[in-house]
Write a protein that binds this ligand. Structure first.
Ligand SMILES: [Zn+2]
Length: 153
């Protein structure tokens, strides 16, 4: 089952919802039950869920604003392109202390660091999309899968 991120406009949490639900535009926030909006992103599988939701919680606890999320998402994207992950994770940890345990768990492992950053990018981009505001509808995860966000190494 493919999962895609959805942003709750009420509690600002980003959670993963099944793509089939997203296509029917029937998405509600798991935490508060309000309507959630699917954000453009790559898709995830069930085994990504735990880490994804942990990261979403960390970002929410840090009270990351949409405006800030946009800047951070860009920094993460640059890190993914350059494949130099550690300095960006370090910087994010300074801003979001909840990331520390995950940074420690990933250690020096590039794939581990990359997993964190790919998910963070989806979460931050979802949050940043709130800034464009209104009830703007997103073309729900295009069939092409928004591959510009995926750049698998
Ligand atoms: Zn919510």
């Amino acid at each position: 089952m493919s999962l895609v991120p959805a942003l709750c406009l009420t509690c600002s949490r980003v959670t993963l919802v099944p793509l089939t639900q997203a296509r029917q535009r029937d998405v509600t926030c798991k935490l508060c039950g309000a309507d959630a909006r699917v954000a453009p992103s790559c898709s995830y599988s069930e085994r990504d869920r735990e880490q994804f939701e942990e990261l979403s919680e960390v970002v929410a606890e840090a009270n990351t604003t949409s405006q800030e999320a946009r800047g951070l998402a860009e920094a993460v994207q640059r890190a993914l392109w350059s494949q130099t992950y550690a300095p960006t994770i370090e910087r994010l940890c300074a801003r979001m202390p909840g990331l520390l345990p995950m940074q420690i768990a990933a250690g020096d492992s590039s794939p581990g660091q990359r997993h964190i950053l790919v998910k963070l990018q989806s979460i931050l981009q979802a949050l940043a999309s709130a800034v464009r505001g209104g009830s703007a509808e997103y073309s729900i995860v295009s069939e092409a899968g928004e591959s510009r966000h995926v750049s698998k190494a």
